[in-house]
Write a protein that binds this ligand. Structure first.
Ligand SMILES: [Zn+2]
Length: 472
């Protein structure tokens, strides 16, 4: 092996595994086909929620979002929020607006980013940058500029073009790890469908960039010592129905705190939506408390500000695939139209037990380690759901209830512009499965996106930090 090996991690935001695979087979991605011919064309399950920025964390920290204590794009600090919305504004988070820059410092202190681990790193267009020297944090100005402009023009290609230009300019640099994010596939998907012509055009443009990049590396004599990975943070699916959760509560008489209007007086519930197919609920958010309410306590009439069992009412909504909260004995309690079940972790063993039904559609009670659970669920309706849900509830910032949308639905806020015609964030297969492609062989068997972090570390010859364990 050459003395100095390098890694290039290229993230095509929001690229569905099946869309990528179909395009490859059809011959529309010739440079990616050549790149991966002797490497890997695997699939990986992403993290939950399957949303931008949160789902970058596995690649860049080797830890799942809950382990990072960044459980979602929006969250509320249950211990710090006291109801004084202006004074406590730092205890309510949305990375979609002015707080985007808080993401780096929100990542748990005992989690190490790849940029901290490998000082000779650069990142292009990245939302996670902790540990990067300022000069290695490339084209952040363009990211903010094109992010804002394309939000309104619905043309996301200029962002990708800026990334491509910078990536090619940096190819001969003396970095060891390079992360670049291409935003256009995700942007065009939200405005249309995951396989819309605009999405495929952006994907083919990334393929052309990869062709130019490998050509440049070959000319520099650096192709053979560079591990190149092409990945995505989540998939997406068309949305035909919107269930605005804050409105759902308000229509039933509850005072709901939700973005963008946070000055709700004495709220019964806070609704934090991400992606937009995931949401978290925080009961009585203005009363600070160290622990979550268990799910059964929230079924009491009035617990979430509406008469009757609000959890049962939500579970009966067609928009909702499942709800999760804490069980009384330290596990996770799941409920859906299919009934109730629990998840418990005891060391290496994760146990799924049906109570009144089978919300994860496993078909039986079962106990496995996390690898076996991934293998058992990756081709099912909720890939890696047992691990993903247990991870959510290891974050102190996670809500009392976490909600995953059903296929075809999201929890879009009524105020959002432009309307999302496709979305992601949920635990369903179309949102969770991503391509994991490489010019080198990747580990055998079903993968999580978080499994790529130790592969990067090994190629760079650095030790994987202890925070890489799935559970702390
Ligand atoms: Zn994304």
């Amino acid at each position: 092996m050459p003395a100095v090996q390098r890694v290039i991690l290229l993230l095509i935001d929001g690229l569905r595994a099946d869309v990528a695979e179909r395009e490859l087979v059809a011959g529309h991605l010739p440079h990616l086909a050549a790149l991966t011919a002797t490497g890997s064309r695997s699939r990986a399950a992403t993290a939950f929620p399957s949303t931008t920025s949160v789902a970058y964390l596995p690649f860049l920290t080797g830890a799942l979002p809950g382990r990072c204590n960044v459980p979602s794009i929006r969250w509320l600090d249950r211990q710090a929020y006291t109801g004084r919305w202006w004074r406590d504004r730092d205890a309510v988070r949305s990375y979609c607006g002015w707080q985007a820059g808080h993401l780096d410092r929100d990542i748990a202190a005992d989690v190490t980013t790849i940029f901290e681990l490998v000082p000779e790193s650069i990142a292009i267009f990245s939302m996670v940058t902790r540990g990067l020297p300022a000069e290695a944090n490339r084209i952040q100005g363009a990211r903010k500029f094109w992010g804002t402009v394309s939000h309104y023009t619905e043309n996301h290609q200029p962002g990708d073009d800026a990334v491509a230009k910078e990536l090619l300019a940096q190819a001969g640099g003396d970095w060891r790890f390079c992360f670049a994010q291409f935003p256009a596939v995700d942007g065009h998907t939200h405005a249309a469908t995951p396989d819309d012509a605009s999405v495929l055009a952006s994907l083919r443009q990334v393929d052309a960039t990869i062709g130019a990049l490998t050509e440049r590396l070959r000319a520099l004599g650096r192709l053979d010592d560079t591990l190149i990975m092409v990945v995505s943070d989540h998939g997406a699916a068309p949305v035909t129905g919107h269930l605005d959760l804050a409105t759902w509560f308000r229509q039933r008489g509850a005072r709901a705190l939700a973005h963008p209007v946070l000055w709700t007086r004495d709220p019964h519930v806070a609704v934090m939506v991400a992606g937009n197919a995931q949401a978290a609920l925080y009961a009585e958010p203005n009363r600070p408390r160290p622990s979550r309410h268990p799910l059964h306590a929230l079924r009491a009439s009035g617990a979430l500000g509406i008469p009757g069992d609000a959890i049962a009412a939500l579970a009966s909504e067609a928009a909702i695939a499942l709800l999760a909260g804490e069980s009384d004995d330290g596990g996770v309690h799941l409920t859906s139209r299919l009934g109730d079940a629990t998840l418990h972790r005891d060391g290496e063993v994760i146990r799924y037990q049906r109570l009144t039904g089978d919300p994860l559609e496993i078909g039986a009670d079962a106990a496995h380690d996390h690898r076996e659970w991934l293998a058992r669920t990756i081709d099912g309706p909720f890939p890696d759901a047992p691990v993903s849900l247990l991870d959510q509830f290891q974050a102190p910032r996670t809500g009392d209830v976490v909600i995953a949308a059903a296929e075809g639905w999201d929890f879009r806020e009524a105020w959002e512009y432009p309307e999302h015609k496709s979305g992601h964030g949920s635990l369903i297969a179309s949102h969770m499965l991503t391509p994991a492609w490489s010019n080198q062989p990747l580990p055998e068997g079903p993968l999580r996106t978080v499994d790529l972090f130790p592969v990067i570390c090994r190629w760079l010859g650095v030790d994987t930090p202890g925070s890489g364990a799935l559970f702390s």
